[in-house]
Design a protein around this ligand. Structure first.
Ligand code: RM4
Ligand code: MN
Ligand code: MN
Length: 431
């Protein structure tokens, strides 16, 4: 029996009054889609199979470099984070895996952690290494870089940390390592651009050699921050070039907040698919930079256009197409559980909308150079309110028709506040 954080009977009770309207809305949407030649059950099935991983750091309250305002009942360790992830999955039904960040989530006993997650029916997604801050007692500092540091001893320490992440991940059943580094420069002249990238590749080569069979390694680029003038792995082209140098098991990871403003991200996605190097995503939304806001909250059209590329690759059978999907958000002013449940639904929404695109008609309009009609095809899919499909998929999987409403009614936070007195940590910081 899978352990649940909220009584399943309570979820069913919450659903009961909402069900008649949901059924009516679902039937109505089904009739509308049938007129367009789309079987609503086919879309519902696709949505039911859609999965996105939760970052362990997403269940804590985020913050800016100015302040952090922790909410009550924040998880204090990896076990409590897993409990919160279990709530997200129980109500939203599309997030069965967690992505750990080491050493934040380093367990004393890996077996215990693995069993704890399994009891809740949860597994582990990609592992994340952390060489962007120093840990107490660490021999060498990452102040001036990690995998690309000028000092071989610092690079060695960072390489070994990544190997340790792989070892922990192996024991937990993870199949990938995501490497994001904060290395770069704050001032012109501080760093020799070419030599730093050479050192990056040398370090990565060693980590790749330590990958167990069946594992992939994702390179996560970022335009700036924490380095404010230059970043070693600054954009997708550099990431692509490095991934090509490092062999077939290394792919690029696209975090939606890590690009220059106005970049056409859906096109980057299409290019990486074409080059066989799209490894995965960190979903979030932003207005100015790496804002880590909730997915789909600001640019839902962009999210849809990205999924239009992903679904197109899937349905046209691009070989070895298997991107790993994860949320990567910082919940500064919302309840993290509520944000994660809503964001998982927004990502699934974009997937469902993209699944509605009339691909044959789109191709015809492209061949005939009819931009107005081509756009109309995309807009028709994007403007379809697929909410009843998402809600029905959750209901059928014993999740909540309205996850936020059910969560608020459950009193989970108030219960946990008693068990989890506020942690001592009060400082600023992004996670
Ligand atoms: C970075 C990046 C990484 C995440 C850290 C916490 O900006 O997005 O994926 O591990 O933040
Ligand atoms: Mn990220
Ligand atoms: Mn980020």
């Amino acid at each position: 029996m899978t352990r649940t954080a909220i009584d399943p009977g309570f979820v069913a009770e919450q659903n009961a009054p909402l069900l008649p309207n949901l059924e009516a809305d679902y039937a109505h949407l089904g009739a509308q889609l049938a007129r367009r030649g789309v079987d609503i059950e086919m879309i519902a099935q696709r949505v039911a199979g859609f999965r996105v991983a939760i970052p362990s750091w997403g269940v804590g309250t985020g913050g800016t470099r100015f302040a952090r305002f922790p909410s009550p009942a924040e998880p204090r360790d990896v076990f409590e984070k897993i409990e919160d992830c279990a709530v997200v999955h129980q109500l939203a039904r599309s997030t069965p895996t967690i992505s750990l960040h080491i050493p934040w989530d380093k367990p004393k006993d890996i077996g215990e952690l693995s069993r704890f997650a399994e009891d809740f029916g949860l597994g582990f997604d990609a592992m994340n290494s952390n060489t962007f801050e120093d840990q107490p007692g660490q021999p060498h500092s990452y102040k001036f870089g990690s995998l690309t540091h000028t000092d071989r001893a610092v690079r060695r320490q960072a390489i070994e940390h990544n190997m340790e992440c792989i070892e922990i991940g192996k024991a937990l059943g993870s199949r990938a390592l995501t490497v994001w580094i904060g290395d770069g420069g704050n001032f012109p002249g501080q760093q020799h651009f070419r030599r730093a990238l050479d050192r990056y590749l040398d370090s990565l080569r060693e980590i790749v050699r330590a990958l167990p069979p069946g594992w992939r390694l994702f390179l996560e680029h970022k335009l700036y921050e924490p380095a404010l003038y230059s970043t070693v792995l600054n954009e997708w082209g550099v990431s692509y070039w490095c991934a090509s140098q490092l062999g077939p098991r290394v792919q690029c990871l696209v975090d939606l907040g890590h690009h220059a403003p106005n970049l056409n991200i859906e096109m980057v996605v299409a290019r990486l698919i074409q080059f066989g190097k799209l490894g995965g995503f960190h979903f979030n939304d932003s207005k100015y930079g790496d804002d880590d806001l909730d997915s789909g909250s600001i640019k839902p059209l962009q999210l849809f256009l990205i999924f239009q590329e992903l679904v197109d690759a899937e349905l046209s059978g691009v070989p070895d197409f298997d991107p790993a999907y994860m949320l990567d958000q910082s919940h500064n002013v919302t309840d993290p559980i509520e944000s994660l449940m809503s964001s998982a639904a927004e990502v699934a929404r974009a997937y469902a909308q993209a699944s509605l695109v009339d691909r044959a008609a789109l191709e015809r309009h492209q061949e005939e150079n009819d931009p107005l009609m081509a756009l109309r095809i995309l807009k028709e899919a994007f403007q379809t309110d697929v909410s009843p499909i998402l809600a029905m998929a959750r209901h059928r999987a014993r999740g909540a028709i309205d996850p936020v409403r059910a969560f608020r009614a459950s009193d989970y936070r108030a219960r946990k506040a008693k068990e989890r007195p506020p942690a001592a940590r009060k400082g600023a910081g992004i996670v």
